[in-house]
Design a protein around this ligand. Structure first.
Ligand code: FMN
Length: 164
């Protein structure tokens, strides 16, 4: 028997339920590819290292945003505020090309857009990309951060936004 076939896996629904009980912040990861703004909603975001400052995001292998960011090698992680639940759903809508239509943006040095009204924005250069099963793990080297401490972060847990 191979090592792989001996590994046990939980039922996908059980795994999803367990992971869904981990309350997470919500971000929109953005970039600028060949003059076109790209971005999508991502809750799989974490800090990795203080020195050097590194963060990570996990994107599905079929994500169009992943394809663009792999080329541009720069991205911005916009941490959403409590009142930005609609924006989170807009940037998660499959195949949508008008995600930026209702949102004011400011360009970072790489061109990756900072979204107006967020709790924080974290500008990164791509530091490394790792295999994450059906996702790709992008590690970003943090170049600049912007924080608005007057805003309350949006929280996603058990498939819904908290206090929405
Ligand atoms: C609250 C929330 C969190 C999400 N987190 C992630 C995530 O961490 N990684 C991911 O790949 N997709 C995540 N998604 C789904 C993507 O936003 C969605 O699949 C989107 O259509 C991908 O767009 P793209 O192909 O243009 O990149 C999340 C969606 C929602 C609503």
């Amino acid at each position: 028997m191979s090592a792989v076939s001996r590994v046990q896996s939980p039922e996908p629904a059980d795994f999803r339920k367990a992971m869904g009980s981990f309350a997470a912040g919500v971000t929109v990861v953005t970039g600028c590819h060949e003059g076109r703004l790209v971005g999508t909603t991502v809750s799989a975001f974490s800090s990795v290292s203080m020195d050097p400052p590194l963060v990570m995001v996990c994107l599905k292998r079929d994500s169009r945003t992943l394809a663009a960011l792999s080329q541009t090698k720069a991205f911005c992680v916009n941490i959403l505020a409590q009142e930005q639940g609609d924006l989170a759903y807009r940037f998660a809508k499959s195949g949508a090309d008008d995600r930026f239509a209702l949102t004011a943006v400011e360009a970072s040095a790489s061109g990756a857009p900072l979204l107006a009204g967020c709790v924080a924005a974290i500008e990164c250069d791509l530091h490394a990309a790792h295999d994450g099963g059906d996702h790709e793990i992008l590690v970003g080297r943090v170049l600049r951060v912007v924080t608005d401490e007057t805003k309350t972060p949006l929280v996603y847990v058990r498939g819904a936004f908290l206090n929405a």
